[in-house]
Design a protein around this ligand. Structure first.
Ligand code: PAF
Length: 290
């Protein structure tokens, strides 16, 4: 496995590759990331994993400074997993006009309107930062396939639009969320949780499961479903359990617009904080309409 830090060395290493599967990450890798590498191996002969904590997608009061940087341990895991190349650029490499203080990235991708909803409502500019860095990484790696975790459902949705609207010859593949034994979605940010919070964190997934069960039961019985009521009940219940809820939302999985009685392919998404740790999760599901 090669570890590469510059775009020019990466291009050189990839010169003769025509079957590249790409896994973009911000490092601090866990079993969920390794699963993405496993899937990538099924789609490409050459598996490139990028590790870059992207300043452009963090808000002013977010965890950019404290986000765990664990390159050596990450590379050990990726070698064992069978990655071909780790691309771990510096901020200067990714942002050529960075002056040590400001990125000076004056040209960015304007994310679609959905980027201002759900996670984007409380993280303004986040998805523009994600789309911009993913576009830069795509330009450097030029993969045929790119693999993303479904945990970041909205991110994957926006990246698919980026690929389509910029005519990129890349297939984006979403991979099921890997969960801990208690149902908690694996995330690099889980490391911020205390032991007690870690146990409690399973409540987020449970509240989503509960919504899915209610939708399935009501659909089977042909009952009219009040989606907003289900969302509000879940929010109230999480708040009672000590969460600071950003949103719980039931959407069409195909358009990310509000779920309606005629949508059979749905996704229920949530973001909430336990203490200072913001967690997200979602469940995508189908229901049989009569
Ligand atoms: O999902 C992530 O880890 C990041 O948002 C990504 C896609 C690597 C872009 O920085």
């Amino acid at each position: 496995m090669q570890i590469i830090h510059t775009a020019s060395a990466l291009r050189q290493a990839l010169k003769s590759q025509t079957n590249i599967a790409f896994v973009p990450t911000m490092g601090n890798l866990h079993a969920g990331h390794i699963h993405l590498v496993e899937i990538a191996k099924q789609h490409g002969q050459c598996v490139v994993v990028s590790i870059f904590v992207n300043p452009l997608q963090f808000g002013a009061n977010e965890d950019l400074a404290t986000y765990p940087r664990t390159l050596e341990a990450d590379c050990d895991k990726l070698k064992t997993a069978g990655a071909t190349i780790v691309f771990a650029p510096t901020v200067e490499e990714m942002y050529p006009d960075f002056d040590g203080n400001t990125l000076n990235q004056t040209m960015t991708i304007t994310a679609p309107p959905i980027a201002n909803e759900l996670c984007g409502a409380s993280r303004p500019g986040h998805f523009s930062g994600v789309a911009t860095i993913v576009m830069k990484l795509f330009n450097m790696v030029m993969p045929q396939v790119a693999i993303f975790g479904q945990k970041d459902f909205q991110q994957l949705f926006i990246i698919k639009q980026l690929i389509r609207q910029f005519n990129l010859p890349i297939k984006a593949i979403g991979v099921d969320t890997v969960r801990e034994a208690n149902g908690l979605a694996m995330s690099s940010r889980n490391g911020y949780l205390s032991v007690e919070q870690h146990h409690q964190a399973s409540q987020l997934n449970q509240s989503l499961q509960n919504i899915v069960t209610q939708i399935q039961n009501n659909t089977q019985q042909n009952h009219i479903i009040n989606f907003h009521q289900l969302e509000n009940e879940a929010i109230a219940s999480l708040k009672t359990q000590g969460w600071i809820v950003d949103y719980v939302s039931i959407k069409s999985a195909l358009t990310l617009s509000d779920a309606s009685s005629t949508d059979s392919h749905l996704v229920v998404l949530a973001a909430a904080k336990l203490g200072n740790t913001r967690l997200i999760d979602n469940i995508e599901f189908l229901r049989a309409l009569h």
